[in-house]
Design a protein around this ligand. Sequence first.
Ligand code: PEP
Length: 258
Amino acid sequence: MKRYIAAANWKMNKDVPESREFVKELLKKLLNIKDAEVILCPPFTSLFSIGELLKKSKVRLGAQNMHFADSGAFTGEISAGMLKSVYCEYVILGHSERRHVFGETDEDIHKKLLKALEKELKPILCVGETLEERQSGRTIDVLKQQYRAAFDGLSDNDMRRCAIAYEPVWAIGTGVVATPEQASEAHREIRQLIARQFSGDLAQEMRILYGGSVKPENADELIATDEIDGFLVGGAGLKVDSFASIVQSVDNYLQAQE
Ligand code: PEP
């Protein structure tokens, strides 16, 4: 069975004491979780400390970004090797805030993805259209462009180590969630791109997450949508109760499939 993901992206929120408090509370609430893979992506400053707390748990640690170089004169940047040394297993790449606020290009993201894989991190690649792109009928073209640029030239084995998050920019942090139909259409398109580049089997194996205003109130409906293999959660991932409830929705769905 495919292991669905519930990942929290804390963005620039929570200092070290707040991060530790969250993790201690969360671990108590996840005792009955069996099948969902839970990933926390705190700010860089909390990675080591949380990593220590998570060592004996099944919760995985991810970073929100990285640089594509191994080391050097890149003031303010963090390398893949550094992330590995603070217990990271995953790294989010190409988040819409990185693309649109910090001007990351498809080429930057491709270089980061290759470096992450070389250093044995598992990338979660974010793709998604803006409202203007959707309204002008360019959603599929944008997804194709972002997908192709990121995964160009990858081997099957490297692709297997990635996950993809479809995150429509208009749904991120806005309270406007994509409908199951809108999400399914985008996920199906992404799966077809994988099938064409690799194989139908690999396309089915890959985990394609949905992100954008996921909350406890909409998680059950979304996760029941065939194409959605988990969530990347922003705002609702900052509160223990709401994130634990979303994890529970993912886990309940998986257990019902057994
Ligand atoms: C995100 O930033 O990846 C995200 C999905 O945010 P939110 O859940 O707050 O919309």
